[in-house]
Ligand binder design. Structure first.
Ligand code: PLP
Length: 628
């Protein structure tokens, strides 16, 4: 039995049931609720929804929003901190309307707000964040239109904070707000010296893309003073990188930010908010360590370090405690969605075998290989057996290229070669120490399971930056795995693969799994895809967006659930249209060609109609493999 680290990275939401299926408990207030993924898969199939499918658990989103707000409110009360918590969700992490609406709804009692980093996001946020008591934070580079939109937000009575990323934005903001006679709320983003570690380390330091240097911060504040607008400067912002693995970086940044805030205060700028940005990490591999896929702290420790860190400096400096803003995105959304994909095939180096019975006039290389196989004996040095087999196989390939042996002979040599390697592997199955030269055997002999999805659409970061995402067989874990596999997707790209897995708390390039029967259906879950992966996917091979189901649990039945909404994924027509094709014109073209073949007797008329319909149906259909 293998656990794939589910309880370590699952955040309390995922577990393995006694029946060997993955279960989800989306609502921590209701820990008895344990929905079986097998039932979810069955329901999706019964509804006629094709895999791959994104499954969203809105209860998990709600729980994460409540969790961060309650954690801050609790620590603020315990610490006697005088400011409030005014968190915002950065929609770039997952802009799906249903996701943002759920977050806004769950956050309403806490005045939880939204953050936008581009004009399109700002337009969405202006429409969605209608709570006048919550913040709307605007980061990213801005043009005049962006600034006018922010001022529209002010006209609507919203607390819209324009965070200045570079000095020229401030000049533009002051000019436009005076022109329109609308008072802005201004934030300054500071370039930090505190370095975040991990994959997003470049977000701080002198070469950071965003933010103002110390002289620029001082000049900005003085410029506002000259313009009679010092009172509009309300927020200090910093962000030292996403997925911060080490709590020390957070402490460092909070300390530095608190010092800048205090000094500005003492210079006469009565800022009201300090925004510590995002960065709250996810323990993707469950190791609670400082590697790039983990974090060495809990939510409670993070919150305590922000609140107490700020309090300590402010008390020493004798300035008021500012309201605290966080822009956590990953931590809010990662757990709430997963991708269910079907295994649709197996690729194995020794998948096909030839009959290797001895025949007359065989080449000596084939004879040697067979003799080696027939003489296999555990008493011999296994490394030597492996070396001999490998050498003869290499020689066989050269001999084939030099026209010395036939294709059939090469095929037989390869067949026996892989039989020998399998035998060597079995000898080492339960041995603790495997010699270095043979350690790659498990990988070389493992299967590649072909899965119906695209890495580039559903797990872009595993391809782009080697981000680890947990992968787990959703059913059948009560039976011991008997083979190893890595995963490949259905794109025409050799990079479309996953070869990082969490197995018994370790990272491995293969994952143990049950050998599937011929035509057996098996589903894998790709977890923690709710942050960034859901929305960063690209159109590689024109696969497009996945079908989605939104799942809610019932309070009174611990195992029941319902699909509240189905969002259809991309059709072939959709993805072709994005690439400037005209699907209806294409259908007409193909029909004309079919009609021509009908006219000259190559296709019977009835069959012609069927081919025309078939082409049109495929245009309307799902982009992924049809498996049922
Ligand atoms: N705020 C800003 C300015 C960011 O650049 C980011 C992402 O890098 C975030 C918030 C969200 O960070 P996270 O997803 O780590 O919480």
């Amino acid at each position: 039995e293998r656990t794939y680290g589910v309880s370590s990275w699952g955040g309390g939401y995922f577990s393995i049931g006694e029946n060997g299926n993955v279960k989800v408990s989306p609502d921590p207030k209701n820990p008895n609720v344990r929905i079986d993924f097998k039932s979810v898969i069955d329901e999706i199939s019964q509804e006629g929804i094709q895999f791959p499918v994104v499954v969203r658990f809105h209860d998990i989103l709600r729980s994460q929003v409540i969790g961060i707000n309650e954690a801050f409110n609790q620590v603020i009360a315990d610490a006697g901190y005088q400011g409030q918590y005014n968190g915002v969700y950065p929609i770039k992490v997952n802009q799906m309307r249903e996701v943002v609406e759920e977050i806004v709804d769950a956050g309403a009692p806490y005045n939880y707000g939204l953050e936008a980093g581009s004009k399109s996001e700002l337009l969405a946020v202006l429409a969605l964040n209608t709570n006048l008591d919550s913040l709307t934070i605007l980061n990213g580079y801005k043009d005049e239109e962006f600034i006018r939109l922010s001022l529209l937000g002010r006209k609507l009575g919203r607390k819209v904070v324009v965070v200045i990323e570079k000095y020229s934005e401030l000049l533009m903001l002051v000019k436009v707000s005076k022109e329109l006679n609308i008072e802005p709320i201004i934030g300054l983003r500071s370039k930090m010296t505190a370095l975040g570690r991990g994959k997003w380390q470049g977000s701080s330091g002198d070469r950071a893309k965003f933010g103002l240097t110390v002289p620029e911060i001082i000049n900005s504040a003085r410029f506002l003073e000259q313009e009679g607008m010092a009172h509009t400067l309300k927020l200090l912002h910093f962000h030292i990188g996403s997925q911060l693995p080490d709590i020390r970086a957070i402490k460092d940044a909070v300390n530095e930010g608190a010092r800048i805030y205090s000094e500005l205060h003492k210079m006469g700028f009565a800022l009201e908010y300090v925004d510590v940005g995002g960065g709250l990490g996810i323990d993707y591999d469950g190791s609670k360590s400082t590697n790039d896929s983990s974090r060495n702290y809990s939510l409670a420790e993070y919150v305590a370090d922000v609140v107490y860190g700020m309090k300590e400096v402010c008390d020493l400096e004798g300035v008021p405690h500012p309201n605290l803003v966080t822009e956590s995105g990953r931590a809010i959304t990662a757990h709430h969605s997963c991708v269910i994909t079907e295994i649709v095939g197996e690729i194995k180096a020794d998948g096909a075998r030839l009959d290797t019975t001895e025949v007359e006039n065989e080449h000596v290389l084939l004879k040697n290989m067979r003799e080696l196989y027939l003489s296999l004996d555990g008493a011999r040095n296994l490394q030597e057996i492996y070396n001999d087999a490998s050498e003869w196989k290499e020689q066989a390939v050269s001999a084939f290229k030099l026209r010395v042996i036939s294709l059939e002979e090469l095929g037989k040599i390869e067949t026996i070669y892989w039989q020998i390697l399998r035998w060597v592997q079995v000898q080492y199955r339960d041995v603790e120490f495997v010699p270095e030269g043979l350690q790659h055997l498990d990988f070389s002999l493992s299967s590649q399971y072909l899965c119906n999805f695209s890495i580039f659409q559903s797990a872009a970061d595993t391809w782009a930056i080697d981000q680890l995402l947990p992968v787990v067989p959703l059913t059948g874990m009560d039976k011991a795995p008997d083979i190893n596999c890595s995963l490949v997707d259905i794109t025409c790209d050799s990079d479309g693969k996953i070869d990082q897995f969490i197995v018994d708390r370790n990272l491995q390039n293969i994952m143990p799994i049950r050998q599937l029967e011929k035509n057996e259906k098996a589903h894998l879950g790709l977890f923690l895809t709710g942050a960034y992966q859901d929305v960063m996917g690209d159109m590689h091979n024109l696969f497009g967006r996945l079908n989605e189901v939104h799942i809610f649990s019932f309070d009174d039945d611990p195992e029941d659930f319902y699909i509240e909404e189905v969002v259809k994924g991309s059709s072939v027509e959709n993805v072709l249209s994005i690439m400037q094709y005209h699907p209806s014109a294409m259908a007409m073209d193909v029909k004309r060609q079919i009609d021509k073949q009908v006219a000259n007797g190559q296709i019977p008329p009835r069959e012609g109609v069927k081919w025309t319909d078939f082409y049109e149906n495929c245009l309307e259909g799902y982009t992924y493999l049809k498996t049922s």
